[in-house]
Design a protein around this ligand. Structure first.
Ligand code: ZN
Ligand code: ZN
Length: 242
């Protein structure tokens, strides 16, 4: 994800600029005042990566703790308006997997051979953070959420119907087709399995939304085994925050 640069207009509006626009004039989209874009060093500091040595997940934790961007209360999607809603997210990831017993061939007390698989201990961590959205982006979010869920069900139904249709055709009409349909069924079962396995990763519809949060796409991409759970969105109580 490319870095994003911002500075604030006197009217309070956050103006998004590219780094090459540093030192030039830019008109504020809200109050139409011409503002001088800060120099590139200041711009980088303003939108800056204060913790270059931390891993993406630790950067998320640090910025969360300090209410620094991207957790400074602005909408994660448009990054222009203040967030009105928050969606609590749980991102569980496997931190490490340690072999606690070597697998291999051993001889038990009775003299029989035991072929054992290695035993592993898994350490999972949970990262909890809010997805922050303004009113408009939250409306879009609710739409994708319900569509995403029904799309999953439709996909599975279509798949089963297709599978039944092919098998039906195969056994009813073409004998030569039976061999191919067996192969098809094997592939299909594999696909269905991977689909079910995929849903084990949780609420996957949320991933494209999380990718808008700085460092989160990197955090997710760096994990092989994870699960994302999105809770119901809540209106942010502005008074309790200040
Ligand atoms: Zn302005
Ligand atoms: Zn927004």
């Amino acid at each position: 994800m490319s870095d994003k640069f911002f500075f604030k207009c006197d009217c309070g509006k956050k103006i998004r600029v590219e780094l090459y626009e540093a030192g030039t004039d830019k008109e504020c989209p809200t109050c139409h005042t011409k503002m001088l874009v800060p120099n590139s060093v200041t711009l980088q500091e303003l939108s800056g990566d204060k913790y270059p040595l931390l891993s993406p997940i630790d950067k998320v934790l640090k910025t969360l703790e300090k209410s620094d961007p991207p957790f400074d209360g602005y909408c994660h999607m448009c990054e222009e308006r203040e967030a009105e809603y928050e969606i609590p997210i749980q991102f569980k990831y496997m931190k490490e997997r340690i072999a606690i017993k070597e697998g291999g061939v051993g001889v038990s007390i009775t003299g029989s051979l035991t072929v054992g698989g290695g035993k592993y201990e898994e350490h999972w961590e949970t990262l909890r953070f809010p997805l922050l959205l303004c009113e408009q982006c939250h409306n879009n979010f609710l739409r994708t959420k319900s569509w995403g869920r029904s799309k999953q069900i439709i996909k599975k139904l279509l798949f089963i119907i297709l599978l039944m249709g092919v098998c039906f055709l195969a056994y009813l009409k073409f004998d030569f087709f039976a061999a191919y349909s067996t192969l098809f069924c094997v592939v299909a079962v594999g696909l269905l399995g991977s689909m079910l396995l995929g849903s084990k990763k949780g609420d996957l519809f949320i991933i494209p939304w999380l990718n808008h949060i700085r460092w989160l796409s990197e955090s997710i991409a760096s994990q092989d085994e994870y699960k994302v759970v999105a809770s119901a969105s809540q209106r942010i109580d502005k008074k309790s925050m200040k």
